[in-house]
Design a protein around this ligand. Structure first.
Ligand SMILES: *[C@@H]1O[C@H](CO)[C@@H](O)[C@H](O)[C@H]1NC(C)=O
Ligand SMILES: *[C@@H]1O[C@H](CO)[C@@H](O)[C@H](O)[C@H]1NC(C)=O
Ligand SMILES: *[C@@H]1O[C@H](CO)[C@@H](O)[C@H](O)[C@H]1NC(C)=O
Ligand SMILES: *[C@@H]1O[C@H](CO)[C@@H](O)[C@H](O)[C@H]1NC(C)=O
Ligand SMILES: *[C@@H]1O[C@H](CO)[C@@H](O)[C@H](O)[C@H]1NC(C)=O
Ligand SMILES: *[C@@H]1O[C@H](CO)[C@@H](O)[C@H](O)[C@H]1NC(C)=O
Ligand SMILES: *[C@@H]1O[C@H](CO)[C@@H](O)[C@H](O)[C@H]1NC(C)=O
Ligand SMILES: *[C@@H]1O[C@H](CO)[C@@H](O)[C@H](O)[C@H]1NC(C)=O
Ligand SMILES: *[C@@H]1O[C@H](CO)[C@@H](O)[C@H](O)[C@H]1NC(C)=O
Length: 370
């Protein structure tokens, strides 16, 4: 920055050459160069020394002082402001790195929110499955009971059938005064009745046996349904546990990414911070210097030696517009983690504490539970 100023002052010195003639006493090329050198070295006393001489000198210096003022106005001050703006711009640019990290993290959080929603859905489905399993257990159990009953019925009915036998002695006594035809008809009826009873007992036994077979079929179907139900619930549980594993790994990945992003942004900001702080100090020092130089030029223009002398004591230079707005580092968004480690007793209680006692969840089989 200073080399740049120095070149300008040399240019000013060249511009001032016409006045650096012996007739213009007190203000020559050497003086202007000395001002340039003083500025480059930030040696205000050197500048002051020249300008005091100028202020104490006779006419013929106005134009050169005017040019100096112009250079201060149009080149040096704008250059300081530009340097300041560039420094400020760098801070803002690097700050956007943080915003990018926050954006990514926000995206990761919303994705994990949708994963969490899915987990809730899977947990509901699993719970319903286990509840249904209890119904299947009840169905299977009542089927067994019915089958037991059907077997009892078979035993009873078929025992009755077997008890049907040909009587040892058939009472064939005719009633008094019974004629042979009536006797035979009565006997036929008796036999028909006992035959009907035998047939009925036989049929009842067969029916009971058929019922046992039908009941056995129903029970084996119920048992199969129960087995399938167990399998289905275990599959649902595995899907749920796996979704938790995916969430856990997503959280870890996004958290790691966020930390890396932030630490990269932080080191970028720290390094630019250091550069900008020194640029800020330099800009402010140069501005202060220019303010005093301007004051001394004014004093010289007014031919007021004491003003030129007092300019160095001027301390109320306003640096308000040359103060860097160091944006603050945004607060860390807390990383998400699972409170319960998948597969741990706390995890099982949190996720499966509500399933029916009779249809408990299986041990976690998902990848992150091992
Ligand atoms: C500043 O300039 C004055 C006068 O030219 C000189 O005496 C002094 O040594 C200089 N100071 C520095 C620090 O260069
Ligand atoms: C100003 O110039 C006069 C003579 O021209 C000299 O006597 C006086 O000491 C000078 N004052 C300063 C502060 O240089
Ligand atoms: C300075 O210039 C003014 C007019 O510009 C003139 O009246 C005055 O005599 C000059 N003084 C000297 C010392 O040259
Ligand atoms: C320089 O700027 C000041 C105000 O900042 C103004 O009063 C002065 O006339 C300007 N001088 C030149 C030569 O432009
Ligand atoms: C940058 O510097 C400013 C001023 O010294 C300070 O307030 C801020 O905390 C620094 N920022 C970082 C990230 O170091
Ligand atoms: C010279 O400048 C000083 C300080 O600004 C001021 O108090 C004094 O009145 C000025 N003298 C003249 C002759 O203008
Ligand atoms: C600073 O002080 C000088 C004289 O000491 C005065 O002319 C000027 O108005 C002051 N500037 C501010 C911004 O206070
Ligand atoms: C600071 O900047 C504001 C707006 O850009 C302007 O109005 C104000 O005059 C400036 N102040 C100084 C001391 O340069
Ligand atoms: C500093 O910069 C931040 C972010 O760009 C902005 O919100 C804040 O208003 C600025 N503060 C000042 C005093 O300019």
């Amino acid at each position: 920055m200073l080399r740049w100023y120095w070149a300008l002052w040399l240019a000013a010195a060249r511009g001032a050459t016409p006045y650096a003639t012996p007739q213009l006493r007190g203000f020559g090329l050497i003086d202007v160069q000395e001002i340039g050198l003083g500025l480059a070295a930030r040696n205000l006393s050197a500048i002051q020394k020249v300008l005091i001489t100028v202020a104490n000198s006779s006419n013929g210096t106005e134009e050169v002082l005017h040019e100096m003022e112009e250079i201060v106005n149009e080149t040096l001050e704008p250059s300081v402001k530009r340097d300041f703006e560039m420094a400020q711009f760098e801070i803002i640019e690097f700050h956007t790195l943080f915003l990018k990290c926050e954006e990514d993290q926000h995206e990761a959080l919303s994705q994990s929110a949708s994963q969490q929603k899915q987990i809730i859905h899977l947990a509901d489905e699993h719970l319903m499955c286990r509840k249904h399993l209890v119904l299947l257990m009840d169905a299977s159990r009542s089927c067994e009971t019915l089958q037991q009953a059907a077997r009892t019925v078979v035993d009873a009915r078929c025992a009755l059938e077997h008890s049907s036998a040909i009587p040892d002695v058939t009472a064939c006594h005719a009633w008094p005064d019974e004629d042979p035809e009536a006797y035979h008809e009565r006997k036929i009826k008796d036999f028909e009745a006992s035959l009907a009873q035998i047939l009925e007992r036989k049929k009842a036994c067969e029916e009971a046996k058929a019922e046992v077979v039908a009941q056995e079929a129903r029970c084996s179907k119920a048992a199969q349904e129960l087995i399938n139900g167990h399998q289905e619930c275990d599959e649902k549980q595995l899907r749920l546990d796996s979704a938790v594993c995916a969430l856990q790994s997503h959280m870890a990945t996004s958290c790691e990414g966020y930390r890396t992003c932030r630490s990269a942004a932080l080191s970028g900001v720290r390094s630019v911070n250091a550069t900008v702080q020194s640029a800020e100090a330099e800009v402010q020092a140069t501005w202060t210097l220019l303010t005093k130089v301007r004051c001394m030029i004014e004093g010289a223009q007014q031919k007021n030696v004491s003003k030129v002398q007092m300019c160095l004591e001027q301390t109320n230079v306003s640096l308000k517009n040359l103060t860097i707005n160091y944006t603050t580092v945004p607060a860390v968004t807390p990383c998400q983690t699972l409170v319960e480690a998948p597969g741990s007793p706390d995890y099982m209680e949190a996720l499966y504490g509500h399933v029916p006692k009779r249809a408990p969840a299986s041990a976690c089989q998902a990848s992150c539970c091992h």
